[in-house]
Structures are given as C-alpha cells and as structure tokens.
Design a protein around this ligand. Structure first.
Ligand code: CP3
Length: 365
C-alpha cells in the first residue's frame, strides 16, 4: 500500500468513497464498475491548447518540466477545459534520464536529442541511479497537484527501457531504430546493461511519483512495436517487468502502453500491467482476447479521426465503447497522443459523448 500522505487511501487500505482511488478512472483500471466509462487523452496537456501555447511561448520544454508551478498549471488545463476523468502529470519521458546525468535537450518539432549517444559500457555507467533529491520539482508538482485536483486522479508516468534506450542510442528520434537494434543484436550484454540501468532509473522515478500521491502510473513503451514478439520477449520484456513488477506492492494501477503493438499485447500485459494500452489498429474486443480476461484495456480512437466530420467521430466513439464492453475494464483514450493541430472543442465533445453514452448504458442495465 502507498504511504498515505495525501488522504487518497484511507488508513485501513480502503479507498475514501468518492476520492481519487474510488474515481471512475481508477475503478475501471481495477476492473470495477463505475458510473460511466472514464476518458482522458494522452498528450491532453500540450500544443492543441492555446492556453498551453501561451505559457510555453517563452519557456523551453525541459525548463517547464522543472518548474512545479508551471507543471501544475499545465497539468490542470485539460482537466478544466475538457472535464476529463484523469489528469496526467506534465513532464516528459526524458526528464528522469536528464536527472540521471545524460546531457540532452527537447528540440521543438523534433523531440529529445542526446548530445553523446550511448556506445560503450562506460557510457551506460555514467547514467546514475536517481532518488527523490534528483527530481525535487516532480515531487513538489505532484504534491501540489494532488491538493488542487481533489477527487480527480493524477496519472504519473515514465518511459519504458526500450523507448528510452532508443533515444539514448540513436541520439534522437528514429523511424527505423536501426542503431538501437544493431546494438541489441550485436552486443546483447551491453544492451542488457543499458536497459537494466534504465529500468532502475524508471522504477525510482515512478516510486517518487507514487510516494507523492499519484493515483495510477503509465509506462510508455511507445516504440516497442518496432520489435517482433520473440525479440520483445528476449530483449525488452525482462526490463519492463522489472519496472512494473517492482511496483506490484504500490497499491496503484499500472498501465502499459505502446504503438503498433498488436503482436505484443499479450506479452506487454505479462510484464505486470493492470491495464494495457491499445492503439487504433486493433479493435478492443480482439485486443482483450489477446491480453486475457484479467486486465483492463485503454484506447483506441485514432487521433486522426478527430479531424473528420463530427458524425464520423461519433460513430467511432460508439464503436469503441461497444467493443470495449468485451474487456473487464475500459478506459477511453486515443490510440496515441493528441496531435498539435487538433481542435480542442472536438476533444471536449468526445468527453461529453463518452460520458453520455456510457451513462445511458448503465441506466439501461
Ligand atoms: O499530456 C500528456 O500526455 C503529458 C505530457 C507528456 C509529454 N511527453 C509532454 C510533451 C507525455 C506523457 C510525454 C511522453 C513522451 N515524450 C513520450 C511517450 C508518449 C508518446 O507520445 O509516445 C515520448 C516518445 C516522448 C518524447 C518526445 N517529447 C517527443 C516525441 C516530443 C515531441 C517533439 C515535437 O515537438 O513534436 C516531445 C516533446 C513534448 N513532450 C511536447 C510535450 C507537450 C511538445 C513540446 C512543446 O510543446 O514544444
């Protein structure tokens, strides 16, 4: 059970009725029924919102992640505007890696760029283990947010070892992950040393967020879909398992997400997830079949559908809610992050529609 510094969890371990641990979002993650299907959006805090663009106009990305007052404000923006069922901490997957001593920056329009890509064991050993003292701004922001959010749950997150390793080995975003795979196949010992170190950093980073009061965590393995199932199991699964299983006693649901992972859904669930994220390529009923009946699912609206006329969006929302009923728990979300050009009004309408349709269904029994 988590340390109860926040009132999220009552002393006897039962969630406070109506509190964040009893929210529709957390209930769905634990496969418990709730008043409606919960909905939030990956990258809900970001460039689709004019109020976000205004704040970020003069502050670089990494700096904004290190200023608790900005993190708090940006995290709250989509909750205020859309009425989503959960907030996600405003940060980035490379924040803990930078705290561990890696020289990197987030370049607008490109993404994370690493000054000296990892090539040797000495490079791996320079990635230091982290503690709360290395990320005080995250601890502080989460504590502030838990107070501001009240009964709305806050999701903490981190990047999974493979996706982080890809940025560190490539030096930046990559379409093919060629250098990453070359290292993985060519020098498995170094690969496992790198992923082992990254899983320690990630686990410590998620523990800081849990101790500060987040109600759930999501492990983003955005690029894992670049691997076959056999290679995923051999080179990646042990490290993601170290992170997720390392949180088994934490008392908060663990979401595991990737893109293009149709073939990996079962394995990603095995890593120790309570909820498996599904992109738009696999219908939720099919995904549930692959993942098994003991895990909830999250997803799977194509972010590009939000650019279609409203009747198309509505039909897709209906289809996903319907197919999501095959799962023991469903958190409505996109299959990947909100694209910057998205009209935020459409997101607000999707939230209202998900709530309305899933309520009606419950009323009808
Ligand atoms: O609302 C949320 O989901 C929380 C915020 C969040 C960000 N990054 C903020 C951000 C989250 C969860 C992330 C995780 C992240 N970062 C992932 C995993 C999720 C995914 O999208 O697959 C990855 C792969 C990254 C790495 C990264 N950081 C990329 C590819 C980019 C985009 C580069 C660009 O400019 O197009 C970033 C930068 C970033 N992280 C932005 C935001 C809001 C954009 C920076 C800006 O506003 O200038």
């Amino acid at each position: 059970m988590t340390t109860d510094t926040t009132g999220t969890v009552a002393r006897d371990g039962e969630p406070r009725p109506g509190g964040p641990a009893d929210s529709p979002f957390v209930r769905a993650c634990w496969r418990r029924s709730g008043p409606h299907t919960p909905v939030w959006f990956m990258r809900q805090a970001g460039r689709s919102l004019p109020e976000y663009r205004e704040i970020r106009a003069t502050v670089p990305m990494l700096e904004s992640c290190r200023r608790p007052e900005l993190v708090t404000e940006i995290t709250l923006q989509p909750v205020r505007r859309h009425g989503v069922d959960a907030a996600i901490l405003f940060s980035d997957i490379v924040v803990p890696v930078a705290a561990a001593g890696v020289d990197l920056d987030i370049v607008p329009g490109t993404g994370p760029v690493v000054a000296e890509p990892v090539r040797t064991l000495a490079d791996v050993e320079r990635i230091r283990p982290i503690t709360r003292a290395d990320v005080p701004y995250v601890d502080e922001a989460v504590r502030q947010l838990v107070v501001e959010l009240g009964d709305t749950p806050l999701i903490g997150f981190a990047g999974a070892p493979f996706t982080l390793a890809s940025y560190l080995v490539e030096g930046g975003p990559s379409r093919t992950h060629a250098k990453t795979k070359a290292l993985m196949y060519g020098n498995p010992e170094l690969w496992h040393a790198l992923c082992g170190r990254l899983s320690e950093v990630t686990l410590a980073f998620l523990r800081v967020q849990i101790e500060a009061g987040v109600s759930a965590v999501q492990l983003f393995d955005s690029w894992a879909g670049a691997l076959s199932e056999a290679d995923y199991r051999r080179y990646v699964l042990p490290h993601s398992t170290a992170v997720l299983s390392g949180l088994a006693d934490a008392g908060v649901p663990r979401i595991h997400f990737g893109v293009g992972t149709a073939e990996l859904l079962g394995a990603m669930g095995e890593a120790g997830a309570d909820v498996v994220g599904v992109d738009w390529r696999t219908p939720l009923d099919v995904a549930t079949h692959r993942i098994g009946p003991d895990k909830a699912v999250q997803g799977n609206l194509d972010p590009c559908v939000l650019f279609a006329p409203w009747p198309v969006v509505e039909a897709e929302v209906r289809r996903i809610l319907e197919q999501g009923r095959a799962a023991p728990g469903h958190v409505f979300n996109l299959g990947h992050g909100v694209l910057p050009e998205t009209d935020p009004e459409v997101l607000t309408r999707v939230v209202a529609l998900v709530h309305e349709l899933s309520h009606r269904r419950a009323d009808q029994g």
